[in-house]
Write a protein that binds this ligand. Structure first.
Ligand SMILES: C[S@@+](CC[C@H](N)C(=O)[O-])C[C@H]1O[C@@H](n2cnc3c(N)ncnc32)[C@H](O)[C@@H]1O
Length: 403
């Protein structure tokens, strides 16, 4: 028998735990299973964020965290999670050896539960260590399986919109195990909307927020970035201290295109959050950089983030760094780390200068240094008290804590 005629593979039932309705996209569902993705190394921070949102069955995994909750929690997660990149709602989990297996499994779902022919869709796919190797082709087969089902039942099909689909789907295949999820975030959650200009090597916003949370800082002591570039650490720190959710002014989340989008529920969740935001920072937050244009970028970004009046940025070489007067706090920075050949040796002096400034002038302060270059980190001459292993995209990096 040819592969295409084989029986569909056994479906592993989706993960809902207790359903009040049999309709998986209605608001009455109380205990849906979700998965929030994040940079590797930040899973525990994300899990903590989810516990604060009162998510249930919080389970850190590799590159993300599984959790349970209702539709309001899904909205809250998208609004509040600082470390997450996307929040997914798995609807199918199945072993697959071929794209025919995948096609059959996807067709076994009743897609009229998730969309109509008037909806637009897009499928995003990533594949690792599996018999299926072409992610684009796998995504195409999923899209075909859905559209073919609509054509067979309704005589027409939903169309594809890869930019802003009303229903975005995420297919993840790892070791021949496929998980197909509804993608509830739309654009990646790290895109906060305040980055007006793209500066040189800015740190990803979700990663910056995750690193700040890894330091344990919650706004009790001053926060200073001596090499602030576009001001990401300062802005993310301020939002944490003000309890301002990162998604507060975002116009669109993926779930807004779903059949069960409950605009009343979303408005309640967002307005509740808005009422909690503090207006004044409890501690000073400052950024310095040797480049004059960095001051301009940081100011513009902070203004776009709604906190331009609360942050202070000053042009200063780290060689002349002095912590602000008053109680000690934390320094956090990601100095350049020489990703291109030849750059490393030029940066030795910078790391030595940073180490010297910290040793000689920052008594009582803690320094958190994020770098992908262990050799350069050693040039500070400082001995780390704690080391956190992380990834910046695909680059293994470390957050080193010195006191
Ligand atoms: C990787 S970037 C930091 C990016 C920043 N975290 C952001 O989100 O935009 C490193 C920064 O270190 C700054 N820098 C390099 N040498 C410096 C020095 N001697 N003193 C102060 N800042 C310096 C650069 O101008 C650059 O903005």
């Amino acid at each position: 028998m040819g592969r295409a005629q084989r029986d569909p593979p056994a479906l592993v039932v989706p993960w809902w735990v207790s359903l009040r309705s049999t309709h998986p996209t209605t608001r009455t569902l109380t205990n849906l299973k979700y998965f929030a993705t994040c940079a590797r190394g930040l899973e525990k921070v994300l899990a903590e964020e989810l516990r604060e949102l009162r998510a249930e069955a919080v389970e850190p995994g590799r590159g993300g965290v599984g959790f349970n909750g209702d539709l309001a929690l899904l909205y809250r997660a998208n609004l509040w999670l600082r470390t997450a990149v996307r929040v997914l709602m798995p609807i199918l989990e199945v072993p697959v050896q071929s794209t025919d297996d995948l096609y059959a499994a996807v067709q076994s779902l009743d897609w009229s539960r998730y969309m109509t022919t008037e909806h637009t869709l897009a499928v995003d796919c990533n594949v690792r260590d599996s018999a299926i190797t072409h992610s684009k082709y796998a995504a195409l087969r999923v899209k075909d399986a859905i559209c073919d089902q609509f054509v067979a039942k309704r005589g027409k099909r939903p169309s594809v919109d890869v930019e802003t689909p009303m229903v975005g789907l995420n297919l993840h295949i790892y070791q021949d195990h496929a998980v197909l999820s509804l993608e509830s975030s739309g654009e990646s959650l790290h895109k906060r909307g305040y980055r007006e200009v793209l500066t040189k090597a800015p740190i990803n916003e979700a990663l910056a927020a995750g690193l700040i949370q890894l330091t344990g800082w919650r706004g009790e002591v001053p926060l200073v970035d001596p090499m602030c570039g576009g001001g990401t650490f300062c802005i993310e720190g301020a939002w944490i201290a003000l309890r301002r959710p990162p998604g507060l002014t975002r116009r669109r989340f993926g779930f807004m295109g779903w059949m069960n989008y409950d605009v009343g529920l979303w408005t309640t969740v967002r307005d509740e959050a808005r009422r909690q935001v503090a207006k004044v920072l409890p501690v000073p937050i400052l950024g310095y950089d040797v480049r004059g244009d960095a001051m301009h970028f940081s100011d513009a970004n902070a203004k776009a983030a709604g906190i331009g009046h609360l942050l202070q940025f000053q042009r200063r070489d780290v060689a002349d760094f002095q912590p602000p007067p008053g109680p000690p706090g934390i320094l956090i920075c990601n100095p350049p780390y020489g990703e291109r050949i030849g750059e490393e040796k030029d940066l030795v002096g910078l790391y030595r200068t940073l180490g010297k400034a910290f040793r000689e002038r920052c008594g009582g302060w803690k320094l958190f240094l994020f770098t992908g270059n262990a050799f350069l980190a050693r040039q500070t001459g400082l001995k780390p008290m704690h080391v956190f292993d992380l990834f910046n995209g695909k680059i293994p990096c470390r957050l080193l804590c010195y006191q």
